[in-house]
Design a protein around this ligand. Sequence first.
Ligand code: MLZ
Length: 265
Amino acid sequence: EKQGFSWDQYLIANKAVAASITYFKQAHDPLKNEFSKDMKLEANDPRNNTSSCIATVIDMQGPRLRLRLDGSDDKNDFWRLVDSGDLHPVGYCEEHKGMLQPPLGFRMNSSSWPGFLQKTLNGALLAPAHCFKKEPQKPSKNEFQVGQKLEAVDRKNPALICPATIGAISEDLVHITFDGWRGAFDYWCKYDSRDIFPVGWCEKSGHPLQSPGIKATPYKSKISSRVTSELSISVGGGSAHSGSPSASSPGSQKSPINPLASPAS
Ligand code: MLZ
Protein backbone atom coordinates (compact mmCIF):
# COMPACT_ATOMS: atom_id res chain seq x y z
CA GLU A 1 0.00 0.00 0.00
CA LYS A 2 1.15 3.51 -0.82
CA GLN A 3 2.20 5.66 2.13
CA GLY A 4 0.99 9.18 2.76
CA PHE A 5 -1.60 11.32 1.05
CA SER A 6 -3.55 9.92 -1.90
CA TRP A 7 -5.61 12.20 -4.14
CA ASP A 8 -7.66 9.25 -5.45
CA GLN A 9 -9.06 8.39 -2.02
CA TYR A 10 -9.33 12.02 -0.96
CA LEU A 11 -11.35 13.12 -4.00
CA ILE A 12 -13.80 10.24 -3.50
CA ALA A 13 -14.07 10.85 0.26
CA ASN A 14 -14.75 14.54 -0.35
CA LYS A 15 -16.93 13.98 -3.44
CA ALA A 16 -14.71 16.56 -5.12
CA VAL A 17 -13.37 17.04 -8.62
CA ALA A 18 -9.92 18.13 -9.76
CA ALA A 19 -9.56 21.29 -11.86
CA SER A 20 -8.65 20.31 -15.43
CA ILE A 21 -4.96 20.46 -16.39
CA THR A 22 -5.94 22.80 -19.26
CA TYR A 23 -6.96 25.56 -16.79
CA PHE A 24 -3.36 26.08 -15.60
CA LYS A 25 -0.39 27.92 -17.02
CA GLN A 26 1.81 24.87 -16.51
CA ALA A 27 3.63 22.45 -18.80
CA HIS A 28 1.54 19.35 -19.51
CA ASP A 29 4.57 17.06 -19.59
CA PRO A 30 6.92 16.73 -16.61
CA LEU A 31 9.77 19.24 -16.71
CA LYS A 32 13.36 18.06 -16.66
CA ASN A 33 15.47 19.84 -14.08
CA GLU A 34 18.98 20.11 -15.53
CA PHE A 35 20.24 22.74 -13.09
CA SER A 36 22.50 21.87 -10.21
CA LYS A 37 23.23 23.53 -6.91
CA ASP A 38 25.59 26.53 -7.00
CA MET A 39 24.84 27.37 -10.64
CA LYS A 40 24.42 31.07 -11.35
CA LEU A 41 21.84 32.66 -13.63
CA GLU A 42 19.97 35.92 -14.16
CA ALA A 43 16.66 36.47 -12.36
CA ASN A 44 14.30 39.36 -11.89
CA ASP A 45 14.45 40.67 -8.33
CA PRO A 46 11.08 39.53 -6.87
CA ARG A 47 11.01 42.63 -4.67
CA ASN A 48 11.84 44.99 -7.52
CA ASN A 49 10.68 43.29 -10.69
CA THR A 50 12.24 45.70 -13.17
CA SER A 51 15.79 44.83 -12.16
CA SER A 52 17.77 41.87 -13.44
CA CYS A 53 20.12 40.36 -10.89
CA ILE A 54 22.55 37.49 -10.54
CA ALA A 55 21.10 34.58 -8.59
CA THR A 56 22.51 31.31 -7.30
CA VAL A 57 20.69 27.97 -7.12
CA ILE A 58 20.66 27.19 -3.37
CA ASP A 59 18.41 24.14 -3.46
CA MET A 60 16.12 22.22 -5.81
CA GLN A 61 12.93 20.20 -5.45
CA GLY A 62 11.62 18.48 -8.58
CA PRO A 63 11.52 21.17 -11.32
CA ARG A 64 11.65 24.02 -8.77
CA LEU A 65 14.75 26.04 -7.86
CA ARG A 66 15.40 27.80 -4.59
CA LEU A 67 17.24 30.99 -5.57
CA ARG A 68 19.21 33.62 -3.68
CA LEU A 69 20.24 36.93 -5.24
CA ASP A 70 24.00 37.48 -5.08
CA GLY A 71 24.72 40.32 -2.68
CA SER A 72 21.42 39.77 -0.84
CA ASP A 73 20.95 38.07 2.54
CA ASP A 74 19.64 34.55 3.13
CA LYS A 75 16.21 35.80 4.30
CA ASN A 76 14.80 36.55 0.87
CA ASP A 77 15.22 33.27 -0.99
CA PHE A 78 12.52 32.57 -3.57
CA TRP A 79 11.42 29.61 -5.68
CA ARG A 80 11.01 29.50 -9.45
CA LEU A 81 10.14 26.75 -11.93
CA VAL A 82 12.78 25.79 -14.49
CA ASP A 83 10.39 27.15 -17.17
CA SER A 84 9.89 30.50 -15.45
CA GLY A 85 10.01 33.52 -17.75
CA ASP A 86 11.86 35.34 -14.94
CA LEU A 87 15.03 33.30 -15.46
CA HIS A 88 17.76 33.62 -18.10
CA PRO A 89 21.34 32.50 -18.65
CA VAL A 90 24.05 34.93 -17.54
CA GLY A 91 24.65 37.32 -20.44
CA TYR A 92 20.99 37.71 -21.43
CA CYS A 93 20.62 41.11 -19.81
CA GLU A 94 23.67 42.58 -21.51
CA GLU A 95 22.59 41.14 -24.90
CA HIS A 96 19.28 42.94 -24.46
CA LYS A 97 20.95 46.25 -23.68
CA GLY A 98 20.24 46.04 -19.97
CA MET A 99 22.44 46.44 -16.91
CA LEU A 100 22.66 43.93 -14.12
CA GLN A 101 21.45 45.58 -10.91
CA PRO A 102 22.29 45.05 -7.25
CA PRO A 103 19.39 43.32 -5.42
CA LEU A 104 17.10 45.36 -3.20
CA GLY A 105 18.88 45.45 0.16
CA PHE A 106 22.36 44.96 -1.36
CA ARG A 107 24.48 44.37 1.73
CA MET A 108 27.33 46.67 0.63
CA ASN A 109 27.74 50.29 -0.37
CA SER A 110 26.28 50.73 -3.87
CA SER A 111 29.62 52.05 -5.13
CA SER A 112 31.07 48.59 -4.58
CA TRP A 113 28.51 46.96 -6.93
CA PRO A 114 30.67 46.81 -10.10
CA GLY A 115 33.53 45.19 -8.18
CA PHE A 116 31.16 42.80 -6.41
CA LEU A 117 29.57 41.76 -9.71
CA GLN A 118 32.92 41.01 -11.28
CA LYS A 119 34.03 39.01 -8.27
CA THR A 120 30.81 37.01 -7.96
CA LEU A 121 30.96 35.96 -11.62
CA ASN A 122 34.68 35.26 -11.69
CA GLY A 123 35.14 31.48 -12.01
CA ALA A 124 31.43 30.92 -11.29
CA LEU A 125 29.49 27.89 -12.44
CA LEU A 126 27.07 29.37 -15.00
CA ALA A 127 23.83 27.52 -15.80
CA PRO A 128 23.95 26.49 -19.50
CA ALA A 129 21.15 27.62 -21.85
CA HIS A 130 19.61 24.13 -22.17
CA CYS A 131 18.61 24.22 -18.48
CA PHE A 132 16.11 27.02 -19.15
CA LYS A 133 12.79 25.70 -20.45
CA LYS A 134 10.26 27.59 -22.52
CA GLU A 135 7.51 29.22 -20.49
CA PRO A 136 4.12 27.56 -21.15
CA GLN A 137 1.24 29.43 -22.82
CA LYS A 138 -1.40 30.84 -20.55
CA PRO A 139 -4.96 29.58 -21.00
CA SER A 140 -7.07 32.18 -22.84
CA LYS A 141 -9.47 32.65 -19.94
CA ASN A 142 -10.22 31.80 -16.32
CA GLU A 143 -12.09 28.48 -16.39
CA PHE A 144 -11.76 27.50 -12.75
CA GLN A 145 -14.90 26.72 -10.77
CA VAL A 146 -15.55 26.96 -7.04
CA GLY A 147 -14.91 23.66 -5.25
CA GLN A 148 -12.36 22.28 -7.69
CA LYS A 149 -9.21 20.76 -6.18
CA LEU A 150 -5.63 21.61 -7.08
CA GLU A 151 -2.09 21.76 -5.70
CA ALA A 152 -0.77 25.17 -4.66
CA VAL A 153 2.37 26.77 -3.28
CA ASP A 154 1.94 27.85 0.34
CA ARG A 155 3.18 31.43 -0.08
CA LYS A 156 4.02 31.71 3.64
CA ASN A 157 6.15 28.56 3.35
CA PRO A 158 7.05 28.65 -0.35
CA ALA A 159 9.03 25.41 -0.28
CA LEU A 160 5.71 23.63 0.28
CA ILE A 161 3.05 22.57 -2.20
CA CYS A 162 -0.24 21.60 -0.59
CA PRO A 163 -3.72 20.27 -1.47
CA ALA A 164 -6.08 23.19 -2.06
CA THR A 165 -9.57 24.12 -3.23
CA ILE A 166 -10.87 27.00 -5.34
CA GLY A 167 -12.84 28.95 -2.75
CA ALA A 168 -14.05 31.84 -4.92
CA ILE A 169 -13.59 33.39 -8.33
CA SER A 170 -13.58 37.03 -9.41
CA GLU A 171 -12.89 37.83 -13.05
CA ASP A 172 -9.22 36.86 -13.62
CA LEU A 173 -8.63 35.97 -9.99
CA VAL A 174 -9.07 32.76 -8.00
CA HIS A 175 -9.13 32.36 -4.22
CA ILE A 176 -6.82 29.53 -3.18
CA THR A 177 -7.90 27.88 0.07
CA PHE A 178 -5.73 25.26 1.75
CA ASP A 179 -7.47 22.08 2.80
CA GLY A 180 -7.50 21.65 6.56
CA TRP A 181 -5.94 24.99 7.50
CA ARG A 182 -8.94 27.24 8.29
CA GLY A 183 -7.92 30.13 6.07
CA ALA A 184 -4.61 31.18 7.61
CA PHE A 185 -2.65 30.51 4.40
CA ASP A 186 -5.28 31.37 1.77
CA TYR A 187 -4.62 33.93 -0.95
CA TRP A 188 -5.99 35.42 -4.15
CA CYS A 189 -3.97 35.04 -7.35
CA LYS A 190 -4.38 35.36 -11.11
CA TYR A 191 -5.77 32.24 -12.80
CA ASP A 192 -2.49 31.95 -14.74
CA SER A 193 -0.29 32.08 -11.61
CA ARG A 194 2.76 29.80 -11.72
CA ASP A 195 2.08 28.91 -8.07
CA ILE A 196 -0.91 26.67 -8.80
CA PHE A 197 -0.82 23.20 -10.31
CA PRO A 198 -3.23 20.46 -11.36
CA VAL A 199 -3.90 17.50 -9.06
CA GLY A 200 -1.12 14.95 -9.60
CA TRP A 201 1.51 17.52 -10.60
CA CYS A 202 3.74 16.86 -7.59
CA GLU A 203 3.67 13.13 -8.08
CA LYS A 204 4.51 13.45 -11.79
CA SER A 205 7.25 16.01 -11.10
CA GLY A 206 8.99 14.28 -8.23
CA HIS A 207 8.06 17.14 -5.88
CA PRO A 208 6.81 16.40 -2.34
CA LEU A 209 3.12 17.13 -1.69
CA GLN A 210 2.09 18.04 1.86
CA SER A 211 -0.90 16.29 3.42
CA PRO A 212 -4.00 18.41 4.15
CA GLY A 213 -4.10 20.03 7.59
CA ILE A 214 -5.80 18.20 10.45
CA LYS A 215 -9.05 20.14 10.06
CA ALA A 216 -9.65 18.52 6.69
CA THR A 217 -12.63 16.17 6.64
CA PRO A 218 -13.45 13.41 6.14
CA TYR A 219 -10.01 12.22 5.03
CA LYS A 220 -7.86 11.22 7.99
CA SER A 221 -4.31 10.02 7.67
CA LYS A 222 -2.74 7.94 10.46
CA ILE A 223 -0.69 10.97 11.48
CA SER A 224 -3.62 13.37 11.66
CA SER A 225 -5.75 11.08 13.84
CA ARG A 226 -2.79 10.65 16.19
CA VAL A 227 -2.36 14.43 16.40
CA THR A 228 -6.10 14.84 16.97
CA SER A 229 -6.10 12.44 19.92
CA GLU A 230 -2.98 14.07 21.39
CA LEU A 231 -4.77 17.42 21.20
CA SER A 232 -7.76 16.03 23.07
CA ILE A 233 -5.43 14.61 25.73
CA SER A 234 -3.96 18.04 26.42
CA VAL A 235 -7.35 19.78 26.33
CA GLY A 236 -8.86 17.18 28.69
CA GLY A 237 -5.84 17.28 30.96
CA GLY A 238 -6.14 21.04 31.39
CA SER A 239 -9.51 20.53 33.16
CA ALA A 240 -10.20 24.29 33.34
CA HIS A 241 -12.96 24.05 30.72
CA SER A 242 -16.03 21.98 31.35
CA GLY A 243 -16.64 21.05 27.72
CA SER A 244 -13.59 20.86 25.50
CA PRO A 245 -14.28 22.01 21.94
CA SER A 246 -12.82 18.83 20.50
CA ALA A 247 -15.06 16.63 22.63
CA SER A 248 -18.23 18.56 21.86
CA SER A 249 -17.83 19.15 18.13
CA PRO A 250 -20.00 16.67 16.25
CA GLY A 251 -17.36 15.53 13.79
CA SER A 252 -14.62 14.78 16.29
CA GLN A 253 -13.74 11.22 17.18
CA LYS A 254 -13.78 10.43 20.86
CA SER A 255 -10.94 8.28 22.00
CA PRO A 256 -12.28 5.47 24.21
CA ILE A 257 -8.82 4.43 25.33
CA ASN A 258 -7.91 7.89 26.62
CA PRO A 259 -8.87 8.17 30.31
CA LEU A 260 -8.39 11.96 30.30
CA ALA A 261 -11.01 12.35 27.56
CA SER A 262 -13.93 11.22 29.75
CA PRO A 263 -16.34 14.12 30.46
CA ALA A 264 -15.73 15.82 33.81
CA SER A 265 -19.33 16.92 34.26
N1 MLZ B 1 5.00 24.83 10.21
C1 MLZ B 1 3.84 25.42 9.65
C2 MLZ B 1 3.49 24.80 8.34
C3 MLZ B 1 2.16 25.12 7.86
C4 MLZ B 1 1.92 24.68 6.41
C5 MLZ B 1 0.53 24.99 5.95
N2 MLZ B 1 0.37 24.89 4.56
C6 MLZ B 1 -0.90 25.27 4.06
C7 MLZ B 1 2.70 25.36 10.65
O1 MLZ B 1 2.40 24.29 11.15
O2 MLZ B 1 2.11 26.39 10.92
